[in-house]
Design a binder for this molecule. Sequence first.
Ligand code: FES
Length: 87
Amino acid sequence: MATLKVGNNSQEVKDGENISAAAEAMGIPFSCHVGTCGTCLSSVESGRENLSEVTQEEKDFGLDGTAERLACQCKIKSGEVELKSAF
Ligand code: FES
């Protein structure tokens, strides 16, 4: 099990699973869920290395190599990741 944190909240997520449901439950806003709207843009406060590779949709947002990710595009590999909504 991996751990996703948003603010003072945290939830366990299965290793390799998409983090959308847990992130949404902890207050990260979502809309399209497919990487086109940008609503779920989040700053990765810690554990960036524990997230899946940047997707083409994220690269289209200029997010390759940045501290921000589209949460709907992220799977957690293992360990702990802390996110903060960009909005
Ligand atoms: S919810 Fe639209 S880009 Fe993630």
